[in-house]
Ligand binder design. Structure first.
Ligand code: FAD
Length: 539
């Protein structure tokens, strides 16, 4: 940490904005510094809302550029905020202070080393999960957790900062369990390495816990502590044998218990449940074009082409009955090294479902998800017009998930009159994360005219159009109140959250000694508090 604790040069603070921006351009090139209103508004907007408009957006393409640009910006009193694919909705990269510089990290997208002997891959953190998945698949490899659904655009750095989970997460947990080491650029431009890669004479990033786990300090920090520039992730052989199943349940409690049992036993790569409202909304959003895309995906997910084609034909015959919205659906994607082992897990899952009263149906969703793991949801969103949804994640132990699920249902029932008046409704998904945790994620749905323009401002005419849309502030206000109500219930149930950003309670729910250590850590890596103020609740 090159200049930790040194006072800022007063002349730098006072330098005019033009001098500051010219300095950035000399580091990044003219094209690497964006100041046009349509650009800065676009990058200052996440999936759910717009933050304070940044003074500029910078786009480094090398770690050296990133380091020099951060040093220059913080020396000039700017707040600096990391942004990956921009696909989060908890304000994590939205500016809360002026002046702020948003750092678009997507230009750092190289896959540095695929080491099949030592079973790790080192990447620059701006690479997308889709690009990484495709490069590894060619070589018969995969990372254990292999990306969020948004991985066609979301970056490795974003997911590591969010504590993300989904693909592979029932078996392998969150991004944290998949990470071996990091290179983080700190507020003053210094580069910090973690894990065995920090050896000063013989760095090799193959092992995470040589001494205290410094890697873990930066995972799930939503960019509060520094800029992840490179990450080393574990590799596994690409699972050659897959099996899929979906079970329909009438009762919420038994469908949740199914996910819980599969999670505890580690039977699936992913196991998740959609409630009837969520199932219905998926059905409504599946248009013909996507149906064709999905079928292509199903063909790819089969063990052989013949296998995939048979599954696709069955799906086509089944039409959309899977999405009729009358049941809870529990989906499993099973990975294993042999057909027999995958089949054995499938049979165990069938036994559990039979005991809990679940009936097996066509496994459309898990096949589609694995066949086309990173599908662009844009078409679906457009098809849905102005429909928006706001997810709220919560993680509980298996022993507490049923009670929380019931409390959430009771809460929404108590709000029904208000919700009906504003056309607001909700759905819930449940997911087994590793074999210790269950995620319960309610999604609140409502209509808002501004939807199509959020996060899509690409040119000046869009910016002008934004002003003409009125939106539905009353409905959006009710959604905000409902979300707070949900968070209060979740907090009373002692849940954990991922994707903390600037939206979930974190610091205020920690014990005093923990808060003191977190603040000391922040002061050590960012003494002037210029990195992403407000993330994790650290100001
Ligand atoms: C359609 C859709 C599907 C989704 N599916 C999932 C899912 O399956 N699972 C899931 O967990 N989430 C999901 N999400 C939420 C979100 O997309 C993911 O959490 C994703 O990992 C965000 O990555 P990103 O690159 O877009 O990060 P951003 O949104 O750009 O940033 C997220 C946070 O990380 C910080 N950050 C970004 N890059 C870095 C870096 N290199 N160094 C330090 N800090 C950084 C930012 O400051 C911000 O606080 C979904 C979102 C959408 C819109």
């Amino acid at each position: 940490m090159r200049k930790m604790g040194l006072p800022l040069p007063v002349t730098a603070f006072e330098a005019p904005a033009e001098t500051f921006l010219a300095g950035l351009a000399s580091i990044l090139g003219e094209k690497g510094v964006l100041t046009r209103p349509e650009d800065v508004v676009f990058y200052s907007t996440d999936i759910s809302r717009q933050g304070l408009t940044a003074e500029a957006v910078i786009q480094p393409t090398t770690i050296d550029m990133l380091s020099r640009a951060l040093a220059w910006s913080t020396d000039h009193g700017r707040h600096v905020i990391p942004r990956g694919g921009g696909f989060s909705y908890t304000g994590g990269y939205l500016a809360t202070r002026e002046p702020s510089i948003i750092v678009d990290l997507r230009g750092l997208d190289r896959i540095i080393e695929i080491n099949a002997k030592d079973m790790y891959v080192t990447v620059e953190c701006g690479v997308t999960w889709r690009a990484l998945y495709e490069a590894l698949k060619e070589k018969g490899l995969r990372t254990p957790y292999f990306g969020p659904m948004s991985g066609y655009n979301a970056t490795v750095g974003g997911a590591l900062s969010q504590g993300s989970f989904f693909l592979g997460s029932t078996q392998y947990g969150t991004t944290a369990e998949t990470t071996l080491g990091l290179e983080v650029v700190l507020a003053d431009g210094a580069i910090l390495k973690t894990g065995s890669g920090a050896n000063k004479d013989h760095p090799s990033p193959f092992f995470r816990t040589y001494g205290p786990d410094l890697t873990g300090l930066f995972l799930g920090d939503t960019g509060a502590l520094g800029f992840k520039a490179r990450a080393t992730l574990k590799l596994i052989p690409f699972p050659k044998h897959q099996a899929f199943c979906t079970f329909a349940f009438e009762a919420m409690a038994s469908s949740i218990e199914m996910v819980s049992e599969v999670g505890r036993l580690g039977l699936a790569g992913e196991c998740y449940c959609w409630d009837p409202t969520f199932v219905k909304s998926v059905g409504e959003r599946t248009n013909t074009l996507q149906g064709v895309k999905y079928l292509a995906g199903v063909v790819r997910s089969g063990r052989s082409l013949g296998d995939g084609l048979k599954a696709a034909a069955r799906m086509a015959m089944a039409g959309k009955t899977v999405f009729d919205g009358s049941t809870y659906l529990v989906h499993l994607a099973i990975d294993d090294a042999s057909d027999a082992a995958a089949e054995e897990k499938l049979n165990q899952a069938r036994d559990i479902a039979a005991r809990l009263g679940g009936g097996e149906i066509e496994a459309t969703a898990p096949r589609v998800t694995r066949g086309t793991p990173f599908t662009d949801f844009n078409t679906a969103d457009l098809a849905a017009g102005t429909l928006r949804n706001l997810p709220t994640n919560s993680l509980s132990p298996h022993s507490k998930i049923q009670e929380l699920a019931q409390a959430v249902q009771t809460y929404f029932a108590s709000q029904k009159v208000l919700m009906d008046a504003h056309g607001i409704y909700f759905g819930v998904i449940y997911f087994a994360v590793g074999n210790n945790a269950m995620c319960l994620e309610p999604l609140i749905y409502w209509h808002d005219d501004e939807h199509r323009h959020h996060n899509r401002v690409k040119q000046k005419s869009d910016l002008e159009a934004l002003g003409r849309f009125k939106g539905r502030p009353e409905a959006t206000g009710v959604v905000t109140t409902l979300r707070q109500g949900l968070l209060d219930i979740m907090t009373r149930h002692g849940v954990a959250h991922v994707q903390i950003g600037k939206s979930y309670p974190y610091l205020e729910t920690r014990q005093a000694t923990t808060v003191a250590l977190l603040k000391a850590l922040k002061a050590a890596v960012d003494p002037r508090g210029l990195v992403n103020p407000g993330a994790l609740g650290l100001e």
